[in-house]
Design a protein around this ligand. Sequence first.
Ligand code: 2M8
Length: 468
Amino acid sequence: MTADAGPTSVDATAGVDGTGDAGATRAEAAGTGGPADATRLRRLAVDTLDANWEHDHTVPSRTLYPHQWSWDSAFIAIGLAQVRPDRAWRELASLFRAQWADGRVPHIVFNPAIRVGAYFPGPEMWRSADVPGAPAVATSGLVQPPVHALAALLAYRRAPDPRGLAALRRLYPALVAQQRYLADRRDVAGDGLVCIVHPWESGLDNSPAWDEPMAAVPAEAAVMRAYRRHDTTHADAAHRPTDLDYARYLAIVAAYREHGYADRDLADGHPFLVECPLFNAAFGAAEHALAEIAALIGDDPGPHRARATRITEALLRRLHDPDTGTFQPRDLRTDRLVNARTVLGLTPLILPDLPTRQADALVVEARSARFGVARRMDRPLPTYDRTAPDFEPLRYWRGPSWLNIGWLVRRGLLTHGHPELAAGLRRSMIGLVAGAGCHEYFHPDTGAGLGSPSFGWTAALVLDLLAD
Ligand code: 2M8
C-alpha cells in the first residue's frame, strides 16, 4: 500500500453515461458521465497536481519519486498549461536548467532539500558533480524519451499568450541542444537512431522488451543485500522490478559512470545498448514539434522537417519488423530485433510521416487481442501483449495500463485518421481515473489503481483528455 498524501479516488459508481451508449463498460460509464462528473475529475486532477507541486517542479509522487523526472515533467506541463500555465513553463524551465553542457537532459534532477535516502539510487550513486559539464544541482547521468518539444508546443497551444510565446522562445535553443546531443552522441550504430544505454532511459523500466538484452548483463540479485531499496517500502514488491533487475540496473549505471558518462566507444563494451521504438518515435516527433515552434518564433522550420524525415526513414529501415508489421527494439550487442511484443511497438504512430501501410499495420496490432484497442474498450490498454504467457497484470511495465502510453497511442490514432478508436481509448483512460483516482498505473483487467495513488502525469494527462 502506498502512502501518498493527497486526494483519494472518486466514487466509481457515480458516473452516468451521458452519451447514452448502451452497453458501455463499467470503467467507461464511470468516466463518461455528465458535466458534474467531469468537473469532479478535473478537481481531483488539479488537487493532485497542486499537492505534488514543489517550488519549481512537480514530483511524480511525494513518496515513491520525490525529485524531478524528465519525461514526467513534460507530460505534467501539458496538463498544467490548462490550469496553471505559469507553472507549466516553470516546470520545463527548471528541468532545462539542469541540462548538461553536452545537451543531455538528465532523467532525474535531485532536490537538495529532500533527505538523503528518500530515493534509491540517489545522488551518491550517480556522482554527477565529478563530471565536467554537469550542472551545479545533482542529477542522474541518463536521459529519457525526448517528449519535451512536443509538450512545449502542446502547452503553448493550450495557453497561446505572449508569456507562452516568450517561454517557447527561451526553451527553443535548449530543446535543439537536447536533440543535438541525442543525434551526435547517441547514434552508436551510425544509423540515424538514438541508442539507449539503460532500461531507465526508455521510461518502461522492466518492460519484457528488455528481457533479452538484460539477460546478457552480468549481475547477481544478492548484490542488493548491500543496498536499501526505497521503492518497496512504498509499493508492493510484487508490483515492482525484481532484485535481479535492480542488480543489473546498478551494474549498468556503474559501467556508464566509470566511463565518465562519456558516449564515445560505447560500442566497445557498454553492457546495454538498444534502439527503442518509443524513444526514437519521440526523437522524430520532437523534430516535427520543433519545426512548428521554429515557425511560431520566426525561425527556420526547414532543417527540423528534414531531420524528422530522416528519423522516420531510419525507424522504418532499422526497427520495423516485416514479419509482425510492428516495430521492435534492436539490441545493438547482437544486432537483432527483440521478439517480445510490447506497446512500445505501437508508438511510432505518433509520427505524422509514418507511411500509411505501416501505420495501418500498427492499427491492426493495436486492435488485436494483444492490445484490444476498440471503439468500445472492454479492458484498458496494456503495456504488454496480454496473450503472452509471461504477461503480468500487476508488475509495473510488464502488463499494467499507464496513462502516458495510452495518451501517446491515442495521439497516434488521431494523427493517422482513426478518431473512433481514439475516442474509445480516451473514454477508457478517463474511466480508469474516474474509477480509481490518479494512480500511477492500473490493473489491465479490472482497472484497479496500482502504484502511487497521487501520480503527476496521470493527473495532468486526464486533464488534457477531458479538455479535448
Ligand atoms: C519510473 O522509473 C524510476 C527510475 O527512473 C523508478 O522506477 O524509480 C518509471 O515509471 C519512469 O518512466 C518514470 O519516469 C519514473 C518517475 O515517475 O518512475
